[in-house]
Design a protein around this ligand. Structure first.
Ligand code: CTP
Ligand code: ZN
Length: 157
């Protein structure tokens, strides 16, 4: 069995739920935070960190038995893991596979780190960032030019 095949032995296949695969290595716990998984829930959750991947060197995987992702969760995952794949599992089969997508402009998901930015004022202006770098992510605020890096983004989740 290949290295990649062996990685699958760390956590068994799930029956029904969601597998988030190809998470950037080391970010599985941040994905759990985005999903509000605290460990106090009753469903089974599998987490694999730093396994060899066919596509991206090393990767993390999160498997949530009985779990479903909200669209805003998928958008947040795209910010920290632009190559992540969301697999919907039904009776052990992958019935849907989609890659997360990072738009060139990001609106509303995170706040600008500049407290005096107009997007943080009482004006009805929602946040708007332009993606400058994808991995590691770097965003630039449309209104005040403040740069937001991965660590700044993670603090908000
Ligand atoms: N998986 C799982 N439980 C299942 C089916 C799949 O946990 N019942 C997991 C697999 O272990 C893998 C991911 O879901 O991590 C995607 O499964 P699959 O599409 O079969 O794997 P690959 O072909 O390797 O996926 P990709 O082409 O996206 O790399
Ligand atoms: Zn700003």
């Amino acid at each position: 069995m290949s290295q990649v095949g062996k990685a699958e032995l760390y956590v068994k296949k799930i029956r029904n739920g969601t597998v988030i695969d190809h998470i950037s290595a080391g970010y599985a716990l941040d994905v759990l935070k985005i999903l509000n998984v605290t460990g106090k829930e009753t469903n089974t959750v599998g987490v694999v960190i730093n396994v060899p991947s066919k596509h991206i060197g090393k990767k993390d995987i999160v498997k949530i038995e009985g779990g479903e992702l909200k669209p805003e969760d998928v958008d947040k995952i795209a910010l920290i893991s632009p190559k992540a794949t969301i697999n919907i599992i039904h009776e052990y089969d992958v019935v849907e596979k989609k890659k997360v997508s990072l738009p060139r402009d990001i609106t509303g998901i995170i706040k600008c780190g500049n407290p005096v930015c107009i997007s943080n004022s009482k004006e009805p202006v929602s946040s708007l960032f332009h993606v400058q770098e994808v991995e590691p992510i770097r965003l630039r605020c449309h209104y005040c030019n403040r740069t937001m890096e991965k660590k700044d983004i993670l603090k908000q989740f």
